[in-house]
Design a protein around this ligand. Structure first.
Ligand SMILES: Cc1ncc(COP(=O)(O)O)c(C=O)c1O
Length: 342
């Protein structure tokens, strides 16, 4: 199955075992393309039985303490980099107001609070690690932040390049039947479940992960990537490019520090300099864990060269009237004019 289906299955099991209807997801977090986790743009259907709440917010804990209809809370640990904000797609980069930054201790404290409240209230805490699984630590986000979830989803790299979605978790929640009510089942079956190719690739991946060589890759990972992000930021500052990066381990997000309407053009300059982003758009760099220093240096050199060329070409011109607010207003005006003119 896919990552989307793994999340669907997590929610389905949480509902089945708790007998409650609603899921909680957090602002800006992606959990696949399914209706129930995608209120807003991109979903043509009304969303029912979903609460979208703010992350790292006491009011969310209050809601969880008082409501009786919440079956599960979905956490996408990637959001630690930009809580309550959408990912840096090109659409989000039409101006430069987007901010991001990662505070490991603060996010870990938030997850601990969430863990305490959900445990108290019998709500299933679901970590959706489809994106970050095996990237932050050998034991994933759970190990990295020191918090145990009830259910965890994985995908992407776990399939070694093949399409995969996996759900695992506490035995009681994973069960799809009830001992005392044999006809009360939580059905889940599909053509692509346990596909032999994918199972084989996953087996290889997990075996490899258990080797001392792979475990060594995780040692000092945070420090390595923090130092690399700092080095790239230094170079960007020295060249006065008006760009910076924030990072969650090996995931970097690009910050545009001066108002600019054409930030999304950066991906084409990067491509010209031989860097094809793994993320669609100009806002994210996702690195392989085994990237060596020399390769990172070369990527940083090209990144700086690409940005310098874009600046020299005039796409980031500055004048007093150019503010993020003015850019947003201008775009809105253009959209409305276009619509009214048909
Ligand atoms: C956190 C998260 N959950 C779920 C999904 C959906 O996975 P898939 O694309 O395999 O359906 C993604 C995909 O990017 C994701 O990042």
């Amino acid at each position: 199955m896919s990552g989307t289906e793994a999340v669907m299955q997590a929610v389905r099991l949480a509902r089945y075992h708790t007998g409650r209807s609603h899921l909680v997801r957090f602002c800006g977090a992606y959990h696949g393309w399914w209706d129930g986790v995608q209120p807003g743009v991109g979903n043509p259907r009304p969303v029912r039985e979903t609460y979208t709440l703010r992350e790292m917010d006491e009011r969310t804990l209050r809601v969880l303490r008082h409501r009786r209809d919440v079956a599960c809370v979905l956490v996408n640990p990637l959001q630690a980099l930009h809580p309550n904000a959408v990912p840096p797609t090109d659409a989000a980069l039409v101006d430069s107001s987007r901010r991001a930054g990662f505070d490991r201790a603060a996010y870990a404290a938030w997850l601990r609070d969430l863990r305490e409240v959900t445990a108290d209230r019998g709500i299933a805490l679901v970590f959706d690690e489809v994106f970050v699984g095996f990237r932050l630590a050998h034991g994933g986000a759970q190990e990295y932040f020191g918090v145990r979830a009830d259910l965890v989803t994985y995908g992407k790299g776990l399939g070694g390049g093949l399409p995969v979605g996996v759900l695992c978790g506490r035995r009681e929640l994973m069960r799809r039947f009830k001992h005392d009510r044999p006809a009360d089942l939580c059905f889940a079956r599909g053509t692509f479940n346990s596909h032999p190719y994918v199972m084989g690739a996953m087996h290889e991946f997990l075996d490899r992960l258990a080797t001392p060589e792979m475990k060594a890759v995780y040692a000092g990972l945070d420090e390595t990537w923090r130092a690399r992000a700092a080095a790239l930021n230094r170079r960007l500052r020295e060249e006065e490019l008006g760009l910076g990066v924030a990072n969650l381990s090996s995931i970097f997000t690009v910050l545009y520090e001066r108002p600019g309407r054409y930030n999304w053009m950066l991906q084409f300059y990067l491509r010209k300099h031989g860097l094809a982003l793994s993320w669609v758009g100009s806002g994210r760099l996702i690195f392989s864990l085994n990237l060596d220093d020399a390769t990172f240096d070369e990527i940083a050199r090209r990144f700086v060269a690409a940005a310098a060329e874009m600046l020299a070409d005039g796409w980031w011109w500055q004048d007093a009237s150019l503010t993020d607010k003015a850019i947003r207003r201008g775009i809105l005006h253009e959209l409305l004019t276009r619509r009214l003119r048909g």
